[in-house]
Design a protein around this ligand. Structure first.
Ligand code: TRP
Length: 446
C-alpha cells in the first residue's frame, strides 16, 4: 500500500537556500519513492492570513510554484496544486469549524503568542487578532483531512497544528462516522536529519533575520551573498577550525563526502577565507545552476505554470469532490430528491436501510449506494445531469435487478447497459455475498 504524504507551503516569501535544503530538496526526494503518494500544495489561503499585499501574494505563489518544479518535482507523479483552486477545502473547513472546540483553538501557539504580546503591551488581549489567525489550525486540518493523508512532514513549529488536525478529525469521526473512520488520522513527520542551514551571520537562515542566501538569484547575487558570510579574523595561512565555521556547515550541506574531507583538510591547512568562499560559491553554483535556468524559463511562462497547477487541482478534486459529497451526506446535508431512504417505514426496516448519495464530478453526476454501515455497495457511471441519475436510482428500487459478475466485481444493468459497479472483491464468494446483500438492500419493502 502506498503512503499518502501531504504538506503545504505558505506563499508569502521567496524561497532561499535554507528552504531548499530543509524542505524542498527532501520533499522532492521523498516524492520519488514508489511507495509514496505525495500531495504538495501552495497554501495560499494561509498566506492571506499573514499578508494583505496582493502583489506580494501573487509573486510568491508564482515563485514558489516555479521553484518546486525547477528543483525537479514531477507534477505527473506527485499531486501539486494551489489550495485556493480546491473549493472543497473552505467548504470542509466550515464542517470542521462546527466541531472544533473554541478551547482547543485558544491553546494554539500562534494565537497565544499574539495574546501574550498584547497583554504585555497593555492592549486588549485580542487586539489585531483576525478570525483568520484564530482559525488557522482548522483550515490546516481541512488541508490534511480532505485527502486522508497518512504522513505530514512539517517543521517543529507546526507539530501542534497536525495534532489539532488529529483531534478535530477524531471528533468528526466520532460524531458522524457511524462507527466508520471517515477521516484518516494524520501523523506528523519531523525530519530529524535534514539540514537546518545557518545563515550569513551563523544564526538559523531565515527571512526574519535577513541573513539568507537567495536560491535562484543570478550567479552574481549568489557570489555577493557568499562574500557576506561572517568568518573569524584568522589570516591566510593560519589554520581554520571547520567545526566552528558556519561556512563549512553550509559547504557540508551540499558536498559529497570526499569534497567535505578535502575542504576540511584545506581549512586546517590554512586556506584563506576568500578562497574558501570561492570554493563554496562554486559548489552552490554547480548544484543550483541548472535548476536556476529551469526556474527562469518557468517564471517567464506563467501561463504554462497556470496549466500545470490547474491540472494538479483537477487531479486533487477527483478525490476531494466525491469525498466532500460523502461528508455532506454524513452531517445531514442531503439532497431532497435523490436521497431515498429505502426503508423509511418502521424502525425494524431502518436497520437495513441503504441509501443513495449523489454527487457531482468533473465528468458529470454520479451516485453511490451505501449500506446501513456506510459501506459502498455501488458506484454509478457518470450521468449528464442530476435528474438522469435520480431516475436510475428510482428504477433500481422498483425494478428487478439485473446483476452481472465481471471479474472480481459486478455491474448492475438497466436496459442492457451497465449503470453502476460494485467495488472490487478478493474472492468470488465475497462478490456473490455482496450481490446478495445488494438484492436485500434494494428489495421492495412490503
Ligand atoms: N502552516 C504550514 C506552515 O506554515 C503550511 C501548511 C498549510 C501546511 N497547510 C498545511 C503544512 C497542511 C502541512 C499540512 O508551514
Amino acid at each position: 500500500m502506498t503512503t499518502r504524504i501531504l504538506t503545504g507551503i505558505t506563499t508569502t516569501g521567496t524561497p532561499h537556500l535554507g528552504n531548499y535544503a530543509g524542505a524542498i530538496r527532501p520533499a522532492i526526494v521523498a516524492s520519488r519513492d514508489p511507495q509514496a503518494d505525495s500531495f504538495y500544495f501552495l497554501a495560499d489561503y494561509h498566506a492571506l492570513i499573514k499578508c494583505d499585499d496582493p502583489a506580494r501574494i501573487q509573486r510568491s505563489r508564482l515563485e514558489i510554484a516555479a521553484t518546486w518544479l525547477a528543483c525537479g518535482l514531477d507534477a505527473d507523479k506527485a499531486t501539486f496544486y494551489r489550495q485556493s483552486d480546491i473549493p472543497e477545502i473552505p467548504e470542509l473547513t466550515w464542517l470542521l469549524t462546527c466541531v472544533s472546540a473554541k478551547g482547543l483553538l485558544n491553546r494554539a501557539h500562534a494565537y497565544k503568542a499574539s495574546v501574550d504580546k498584547n497583554v504585555e503591551a497593555g492592549e486588549d488581549p485580542d487586539a489585531g487578532v483576525t478570525m483568520g489567525l484564530y482559525s488557522y489550525p482548522v483550515l490546516m486540518a481541512a488541508d490534511i483531512l480532505m485527502f486522508n493523508a497518512h504522513k505530514v512532514p512539517v517543521g517543529r513549529d507546526q507539530i501542534q497544528h497536525v495534532e489539532m488536525a488529529r483531534d478535530i478529525g477524531q471528533r468528526f469521526n466520532h460524531l458522524f462516522g457511524n462507527g466508520k473512520e471517515l477521516f484518516t488520522l494524520p501523523e506528523v513527520v519531523i525530519e530529524e536529519d535534514v539540514a537546518t542551514l545557518p545563515g550569513l551571520d551563523g544564526r538559523k537562515m531565515s527571512k526574519s533575520y535577513d541573513n539568507t542566501i537567495p536560491l535562484f538569484g543570478s550567479a552574481k547575487q549568489l557570489k555577493d551573498a557568499v562574500a557576506r558570510i561572517v568568518t573569524d579574523s584568522r589570516a591566510p595561512g593560519e589554520p581554520k577550525d571547520p567545526d566552528n565555521s558556519h561556512l563549512f556547515t553550509l559547504y557540508q550541506a551540499f558536498s559529497t563526502r570526499e569534497q567535505e574531507v578535502a575542504f576540511r583538510a584545506e581549512l586546517l591547512g590554512g586556506l584563506a577565507w576568500g578562497e574558501a568562499k570561492q570554493r563554496l560559491f562554486e559548489l552552490l553554483d554547480n548544484e543550483l545552476g541548472e535548476a536556476r535556468e529551469r526556474y527562469h524559463a518557468l517564471i517567464t511562462r506563467p501561463a504554462d505554470l497556470e496549466d500545470i497547477l490547474l491540472a494538479g487541482a483537477a487531479k486533487a478534486r477527483r478525490i476531494a469532490t466525491p469525498f466532500l459529497g460523502e461528508l455532506r451526506e454524513a452531517v445531514g446535508l442531503r439532497s431532497f430528491r435523490e436521497q431515498v431512504q429505502v426503508a423509511t417505514e418502521g424502525k425494524k426496516k431502518a436497520a437495513k436501510a441503504a441509501r443513495f448519495v449523489s454527487f457531482r464530478e468533473d465528468d458529470g453526476f454520479r451516485f453511490r449506494l451505501l449500506d446501513a454501515a456506510g459501506e459502498q455497495l455501488l458506484l454509478s457511471i457518470a450521468f449528464a445531469d442530476g435528474k438522469a441519475a435520480g431516475q436510475v436510482t428510482k428504477r433500481l428500487q422498483s425494478e428487478a435487478l439485473d446483476l452481472h459478475a465481471e471479474l472480481n466485481a459486478f455491474s448492475v444493468r438497466l436496459d442492457g447497459e451497465a449503470v453502476a459497479y460494485s467495488p472490487e472483491f478478493s474472492t468470488d464468494a465475497e462478490r456473490d455475498a455482496a450481490m446478495q446483500r445488494l438484492r436485500e438492500a434494494l428489495a421492495p419493502q412490503e
